[in-house]
Design a protein. Structure first.
Length: 300
């Protein structure tokens, strides 16, 4: 009888193989298998989900890019339209065109209103002013001096100052002339109002008293040195544009108005000469300027 093969080298059920022994089949003697396991289904799902997420993100980025490009295009288009309209409007406004009647009148008014500042003082008060003497002979009054610019209230009598101040008088300009014979002294005062409307309103309130008006300006060492308020024989004024041009006259010898008897008639040339000088200066200031036919000169 054959002897029973020893089973000492075989693993026992539920037990561990003896130390130092190997499985005769060449496999490990433990319960763990050495065969590599295949990837599970959940691993393939995660990979697919990741790919789908990346695809969605890519598509969303493409949409955002398209939206940005479209918005940028709209902004560029709107900007181009605005620039185009602005250019057309600027060209329309700046191109030369004929002046309308209202623009022509405004040009004249503005030109006349700034003459007292734009002109040199010798432009407002020329060295010589023509006037008509006896028998309508043309003569010249010569300027003696020009007074510093002053407040309106300081260049006229108090009753006149109140009217000028209430209508916004800006300033007072004065100069003194002598007639061609040096027998009469004439002071001309230019009251500058805000505009022609203010000048007209002020003129309606001025008194017709020929004893009040512009205060004389005397210059020492000249034929006018004795000409003061008491020497005024007569005063008056004329309106022109935004200006009230006052004039007053007296004798160069210093005679006061009170010293002349009521029955004595003033020299026939004294007041006409003074009035003519004042009117000439008013004419210079308010003479309508030549208006260009177009907004940019003489070519439309």
């Amino acid at each position: 009888m054959r002897g029973r093969r020893s089973t000492t080298g075989l693993p026992r059920a539920g037990g561990e193989p003896p130390e130092g022994r190997r499985n005769p089949l060449g496999a490990g003697t433990g319960r763990r298998s050495r065969v590599p396991s295949w990837p599970g289904a959940n691993s393939r799902g995660r990979t697919a989900a990741k790919e789908r997420a990346e695809q969605v993100a890519l598509q969303q980025g493409v949409r955002y890019r398209r939206m940005f490009v479209a918005l940028l295009g709209v902004i560029v288009a709107v900007s181009a339209v605005v620039v185009l309209f602005g250019t057309v409007g600027l060209f329309t406004e700046t191109r030369s065109r004929p002046l309308t009647p209202a623009e022509q009148n405004r040009y004249k008014d503005e030109e006349i209103a700034r003459r007292w500042q734009a002109w040199p003082v010798t432009g407002v008060f020329p060295d010589e002013v023509k006037y008509l003497g006896l028998d309508r002979a043309q003569q010249y009054a010569r300027r003696v001096g020009i007074a510093p610019e002053t407040d309106c209230g300081k260049g006229v009598d108090a009753s006149v100052a109140g009217v000028l101040d209430s209508h916004g008088c800006v300033t007072m300009l004065r100069a003194t002339y002598v007639d061609q014979t040096a027998a009469f002294v004439i002071t001309v005062g230019v009251a500058v109002l805000k505009d022609e409307e203010s000048r007209v309103s002020a003129g309606e309130e001025l008194t017709q008293d020929d004893r009040v008006g512009v205060l004389p300006v005397a210059f020492p060492g000249t034929v006018s040195e004795r000409f003061g308020p008491d020497q005024r024989q007569r005063t008056g004024w004329v309106g022109a544009g935004p200006y009230l041009v006052f004039s007053t006259a007296g004798y160069a010898d210093g005679r006061t108005r009170a010293a002349v008897p009521p029955e004595e008639i003033l020299h026939s040339e004294l007041w006409p000469a003074a009035k003519s000088v004042g009117n000439q200066i008013a004419y210079f200031l308010a003479d309508p300027p030549k208006v260009p036919p177009c907004t940019q000169g003489n070519v439309c």
